[in-house]
Design a protein. Sequence first.
Length: 139
Amino acid sequence: GAQIVAEIGDVSRFRNASALVSYAGLNSSVCQSGMFDSGGGPITKHGSPYLRRALWLAASWARLHDPSLREFYERKRAEGKCHRVAVTAVARKLCHIVFAVMRDQVPYDPSRPGRDPSKHSVSGSQGAAKSKTKSKTEN
């Protein structure tokens, strides 16, 4: 954790979590030419290798102990991703969590009421879509 905070430094220098993911080099590369688009390639590995390694090691541990990250990891494995790719996806998600914790100066709580379930779980996105359509039909 200390290495992650030290490598990030002042979180306000990043405009959003995606900028931090890009700085860590955990964003996917673009492979396209003309009309061909591969839909995303391997991670770019641009940015801080120390931050990327610290996030990957933290994600490797967190997938074993955090229920929401464990579920996310298992979903990636069920999609056919290998262990390394699934842990990298958890590291990217963990990067978003670290950004929010450092920006808001609040401890991490996976059950926090302010958390938007549509961005974090499959069942939450379906529930959010149902509530939006329900409110439109009631009006």
